[in-house]
Ligand binder design. Sequence first.
Ligand SMILES: *Cc1c(COP(=O)(O)O)cnc(C)c1O
Length: 757
Amino acid sequence: MKIYISGLYSGTNPQPGVGIARSLRMAYPESTLIGVEYSNRCSGIHWQDFNDIWLHRPWDELNLPAYAEQIREVLDSGALWISGVDLEVIWLSDIFPEGHPNLLTPSSNALQKVAKPAITGHIGLPVKIPTFVSTEISDWDLHAFCRQNDWKVWLKGPYYEAFRMRSWADLQDSRTALSRSWSTNDLFLQAHVTGYEESVTLCAYKGELLSCVQMRKRDLTEMSKTWAGDVSEVPEEITVPLRKIIKELNWSGGAELEMVRDADENLWLLECNPRFPAWIHGGTIAGHNLPARLVEGATGVKALESSSRGEEFTRVVLEIPVRKEFPLPPLPEPFGGGIGHSLKHPSGLLGFANRLHGMSLSGHKANGNGNGKLVKDDLRAIPSSFIEDISGFDFPQIDTPSFLFLEKTTNELFERATRTAANLSTKDITVTNAYSMKTNPDARIVQTAYESGFLAEAISPLEVNKALEVGFKPEQIILNGPGKWWHKEYLPKTPIHAVFCDSTADLTRVVEALKTQELKAKIAGVRLRTPNITSRFGVPIDTPELFNMLIDSIKTLPRDCAFGIHFHMASSNVGVGQWWHLFESMLRWCSSIEALAERRIEVLDVGGGWFPDDRQEDSDERFARAIESVREYLPHVTQVISEPGKALAQPSMALAMRILEIQDFPGEAKEVVVDGSIAELPMYFFHPHRILHQNGRTGIWKSVGRGRTHLLGRLCMEHDVVASNIELPTDAKAGDFLIFCDTGAYDRSMSYVFGRG
Ligand SMILES: *Cc1c(COP(=O)(O)O)cnc(C)c1O
């Protein structure tokens, strides 16, 4: 009996070849095991259970048609082939579309059914698939996906590799890097599932499930790969549907279903690998020799029984002698001028992936739009009020780059916020909006806030003054933040609505100022620092000592002011779900403060930090429930204040710029230089912008979709790239207008004068 086994890489992210050989050696001591590898840097080629090693050029250099012929001869001669490399499995399915009795790998049709992320073949198993989206959808929708999943998301490549995305900048960088290394834009984002990892591994021959086993990871490497595990029988609720699926897919070979079990005992299926896992010999140790069962099923030759040596296994690192015929290669040259050596992907798998893409194999079409919606960019993705407002400008007269105030859009947003506040108010609790002045202090927006019945929320006496100039009365102003004594000469003489202290030191100062009437306020309160979410603002409360300090300080607040509590944490950064979780936990903290400080909490100010879309889509109902919870936990609250900034300001302005130059590269990305820059788009690194293009001749507006064009700013700065992976209409010309929407918040207020002489 002769068996070829491929995939011998044995680093900390190993392939299964060595484990398969160890298991088969126990079951068939007399068999000839041939290790197949594509790099002499894979240490598994020195493992003693292999009778011989068949070493090839790396995948990216291999003559694939000739190699396919050699494999056919091997199989025809009666030898078996067990692959431990996903890409090799995919390639073989294309070389042998009808299969081969001695080739122990699945067909291309079967592979397609288990391709991630949708894994359509899972139907019937008691598992769920974590939600995902293809990165081909618009940036706007990708950002929304991240917020909705609390920025606990993974960017995954078509075959291997997954990276945790914590921010928009992360996502942009990793998307570019992954796309480049796998030469595809077909990546996907998937929600993280918190829980313990476990897997079911199986072997099957021609649709018959021969054996399966369950393994729970009990220790992990830095890359979350198995280092130790426990092995058990697969429960019937999985084996019954699994048997059916294997039959339907006519599966041959090994497979592993990688899953996560969450706190509610739900199983989430992450991946289905079309081969044995690297820990496969751990199963053999526990008495489940799956490689042997597979060979037995394919040949009918009885394997030696191996008994269980316990249900748990672990790994160690071993030194083994190097085979005489494959002496160690020299280390590659150090990077020129860099640090270290490039030892990644020694067998050329990346290059192979690129060749497979070129061949567009039937076996593996990434199915990116499974449960994730695929949204093509078009004008419908842009709110109609934007288009209406933008159409009103006399473009030839505009000196670019220039911010456009979208008046109708702004009015609608503020009107809606006022209506929502009125609807949310109950007979006990008034819901009030306070516009965050710092987000964009443009007088037109502040004026709209005033006319819409908002309060003004200021973080400095200068901002207070601006609000007063626009028309706000002192009693309509909230003073917040750590800088309230900067230019205190602007503080009004009559009482403001509320002041919130940012620290206990600040509170001491405020108490003093209230006593001397330097500051007058109807409500005096504190901002709480969010426990568990890092913040530099507010009074910390997460140790008993700090909490006591806070309670003692609160007791010093004058009794003729009402008492209030404020917290602010941007849901756009921490995610919508996490924000609501924080809100609920804040209510509990407040309730303790109320009891211990013996001060009734009459005002609750929940801050701002909402991304515009998150405050519009069906969120009113959630807020209504929140007001209910406030009443329950804090029965003395009569006013709930919300401090929207960017939720209203971000859509209120757009940035107009002109195309200066278009540089085409044959077959490559296009580079377009514009007269705008990151000096006008400082939020480029934090959130996407929807972009419109106007054809200079016809005046027709089109929205800009995804593609391979990069928009470069006018500044002579390496990082001045204002948009990546976009596609301009083919008729775009120098001189045409581009409009960046969603620039009315911090893009406008934090833009700076640069490169203008
Ligand atoms: C900045 C700020 C806001 C508004 O935040 P946005 O992210 O613009 O919505 C609200 N309240 C306070 C105290 C702030 O500092």
